[in-house]
Structure formats: structure tokens, C-alpha cells
Design a protein around this ligand. Structure first.
Ligand SMILES: *Cc1c(COP(=O)(O)O)cnc(C)c1O
Length: 418
């Protein structure tokens, strides 16, 4: 812990933008006594309006608001029908929810290495595609996509479903095309750390009517709804099993207001991050994470890869001592090996192939016998293992001042000279 005043305000970007709009929307919902999205005495339809705005921004036909990003991932797996006998390819730099969605669907996750974008390496993706591969779960990590164009192309050529996890990159784009518009489906999270937030929340988007209808059934009670908001049991094709992930009108009200500010939030983070990056240019033995399209970076993280582990740990230690930290509960300026369940080998349940029940599924399901030799232990992804071992990261709040940017840069330059 540093003995200096923290130079970096806490992350949780969306919270800095809470204002009259969020308060007014929440008051609307309470005043109308209509907190359930499908009916109520005077429904304000915030979930519906949020979905409309969200789909329009992404150029998507359908959007479905849900109660978390983790739920959204499970719904996407359900909608495309992933199950036992299927394998889903995903990068080793991810979040535990990505693996959980595949495992809970009864399918097998298979790890793909990353490249210097810190996102999935398209070349390793090609090598990992096999006869059981059904889908690719592409995770746009730490604010910006990797080679999403190439990966989308590979998925098309191999007839694989592409699901984008945009939880960490809401508002990012790739040469002008927003993330969330490349895959068959895409998901978002509105948890506190994400670019816009209501504390909890998520979104599922797609263009296909059937995928959309299945997603709606899964997020609810397993059945579609009528125009009056009541369960519709008329179509046997939609007698499914739901997972209870509906979005409350209270959350939707906050998110409706936040969504209108998303461009401002990501713009402020991007400006702060790239101003700092410019000032850190020239530090010896350090390379920045490669961002293919800087204009499309949503900005919440800055990743630096050092010559070796020792340099990485030394730079983190010295700059932390100089005040490059947040308050006591912040996670910032850390070696990436400490970045928890974002790193595949830090997921105990994955490495240990654990199961939620004594039956040991999905690992010992006879339909999944093809995967019995898969390992998830450290050593599985050599490029990731090397990059993470000697990289450090900063969280960039949108309210980082020019003065703080100058001091942080000075601390890194001083540490590099010492
Ligand atoms: C945060 C996150 C999720 C899960 O979102 P929750 O809303 O916390 O369930 C999924 N994927 C990634 C990459 C995330 O960062």
C-alpha cells in the first residue's frame, strides 16, 4: 500500500454521470407503481425503450434487457442450442462467467490463445476448430476488440455461431462498426465496473427472429409473452425452460438514462487513457497492448507489457509507492497475474473441472468424451502465459484529471530511471 495520496479516482465509470436524468426516470417508475416490465397500473416501458435505443445504436434488429451479463451469456448459449456433444471456443483471457455459461449448458469450453491485442488470436482459433466445435465466444477484453473482422470471417467460413461478449467494451467499435454488431448474437453487462451501469443488468442482441424468440423465452419462464404480457403457451416449439433473468423497470430506468451518456463516458475514458499513453511513450523495456483501431477504444484500461517479470513487478511496486493507486478498495496498477478470474488458470472450477452436482457433468458426459484430454491448467496457452506473466494494468476512470495524468506519467518515468 502506498503512503501517498492516491492519484487515481476509483473506477466504476457510469456512476460519475448519475444525474437528474437517472433520478427522474427512477421516480417515474416508482410514481407509476409499475416496476414489472410486462404489466402494471401505469407501465412506463423503460425496458422496452432502452432495448429500442440499444438495438438502434448497434444497427441490430432485436435487443433484450436482462438482469446480468452472466445471465445474458447463458441465454445466448441456450438460444443457439449449445449442449452436450458441443464444444465452444473461447479465449483464455476472459471472465469466469464465459466459461460458466458453456459448462452450465452441458457443453465443453476449449481455450484459444490470445495475441498482443490481448484478445483471441485468429490463427490459434483456426488451429483449434474441430468436428465438435459449434460456436465461438469472442470476448472483447479490457475495453477494445482484437481482430474481430478476421474472427467473424473464420466463423462464417466454418459455419460456426459467433457470440460476442461485449461486457468490457460497451461503446467500443472497430473501424466505425460497433462491437456487438459482428456476431450472430452479442451480450453486454451493466454491472458496476462496466462502461454504463445500474449496478446490475445485461443485454442480448441479435438479428434472427428465432434466436430472439428463444432468448426471450429463456430469459423469462421458458415461454413467450402475449401482447398483454401474459405467458403464451400456444406454440409447442416454445415450451422451453427459463432461467428467470428479467430486467426490472427500476434498473431499466437507470440504464435508459445511462445509455444516452455512453458516448460521453467512453469518450472521456478514451481521451484520458490516450493522453496518459502518449506521456508514457518512450519508457524503456515496455510495449503497450496493441489496439488495432484506437478511435474505437472505449478506454477503461491501459495494459503495459514489460521486458520480463522482474521489470514488471519492479515498476508496479515503485509506481504504487509513488501514489499510482486508487483508494483502499480499488484494484488498480497491478501485475496482470493478480487479475483474478480474468485469467483462465486462476479459475479453480475450470482447472479442476468441477461440477455442480455429484454426477460430474458435463466433463464425464459420454457425449463429451471427445474432450477428455483437454487441460485448463497453466501452460495450456503459451502466448497468454508469457504476456500475462510480464504485463501490468491500470484502470482509467473517466474523471482522471490532466494533473493526475501528468503525475502518473512522471512516476513511471522516475521509476524507469531508478
Ligand atoms: C462483467 C463481465 C461479465 C458478467 O457480467 P455480470 O453482469 O457481472 O454478470 C461477463 N463477461 C465479461 C467479459 C465481463 O467482464
Amino acid at each position: 500500500m502506498s503512503d501517498q495520496t492516491p492519484l487515481i479516482p476509483y473506477e466504476w465509470p457510469g456512476t460519475y454521470y448519475f444525474g437528474e436524468e437517472e433520478y427522474a426516470a427512477v421516480k417515474d417508475v416508482l410514481d407509476s407503481r409499475s416496476l414489472f416490465r410486462f404489466y402494471g397500473p401505469n407501465l412506463q416501458e423503460y425496458a422496452k425503450r432502452l432495448e429500442k435505443d440499444f438495438a438502434t445504436r448497434l444497427g441490430r434488429k432485436y435487443a433484450l434487457a436482462v438482469n446480468s451479463g452472466t445471465a445474458a451469456l447463458g441465454i445466448a448459449m441456450g438460444a443457439i442450442g449449445v449442449g452436450p456433444g458441443d464444444e465452444v471456443l473461447l479465449p483464455g483471457y476472459l471472465w469466469v462467467s464465459c466459461v460458466a455459461a458453456v459448462v452450465r449448458a452441458g457443453a465443453i469450453p476449449r481455450l484459444v490463445d490470445i495475441d498482443d491485442t490481448f484478445c483471441m488470436d485468429p490463427e490459434d482459433l483456426k488451429r483449434k476448430i474441430g468436428p465438435h466445435t459449434r460456436a465461438v465466444l469472442l470476448v472483447h477484453m479490457s475495453g477494445a476488440p482484437g481482430a474481430v473482422d478476421k474472427i467473424a470471417q473464420i466463423c462464417r467460413e466454418n459455419k460456426l455461431f459467433l457470440v460476442e461478449d461485449c461486457a468490457q467494451a460497451n461503446g467500443a467499435s472497430f473501424h466505425g462498426k460497433p462491437v456487438g454488431s459482428f456476431g450472430d448474437m452479442a451480450i453486454f453487462s451493466f454491472q458496476l465496473n462496466k462502461n454504463m451501469t445500474a449496478g446490475e443488468g445485461g443485454m442480448v442482441v441479435c438479428d434472427d427472429l428465432k434466436l430472439n424468440r428463444r432468448a426471450w423465452a429463456f430469459h423469462d419462464l421458458g415461454y413467450p409473452r402475449t401482447d398483454e404480457g401474459r405467458l403464451d403457451v400456444s406454440d409447442p416449439e416454445f415450451h422451453l425452460w427459463g432461467q428467470g433473468a428479467r430486467c426490472s423497470e427500476l434498473s431499466a430506468a437507470v440504464l435508459y438514462a445511462q445509455h444516452k451518456k455512453l458516448g460521453r463516458i467512453t469518450g472521456d475514458m478514451r481521451r484520458a487513457k490516450w493522453a496518459l499513453r502518449a506521456k508514457l511513450e518512450g519508457i524503456p523495456d515496455m510495449k503497450f497492448r496493441r489496439i488495432i483501431d484506437p478511435a474505437g477504444d472505449s478506454g477503461p484500461f491501459l495494459i503495459m507489457t514489460w521486458k520480463d517479470r522482474e521489470t514488471c513487478l519492479g515498476m508496479v511496486e515503485k509506481t504504487r509507492a509513488a501514489g499510482v493507486v486508487t483508494g483502499p478498495i480499488g484494484v488498480n496498477n497491478i501485475p496482470m497475474t493478480n487479475w483474478g478470474m480474468h485469467i483462465y488458470y486462476n479459475n479453480g472450477s475450470l482447472v479442476g473441472k468441477t461440477s455442480n452436482s455429484a454426477a460430474g457433468r458435463p466433463w464425464n458426459d459420454p457425449l463429451n468424451a471427445f474432450a477428455s484430454g483437454y487441460s485448463y491448467a497453466k501452460g495450456t496457452l503459451p502466448v497468454l502465459d508469457d504476456l500475462i506473466w510480464r504485463s501490468s494494468m491500470l484502470s482509467i476512470p473517466p474523471v482522471l484529471s490532466d494533473e493526475a495524468i501528468g503525475k502518473i506519467a512522471a512516476a513511471f518515468h522516475a521509476a524507469a530511471k531508478a
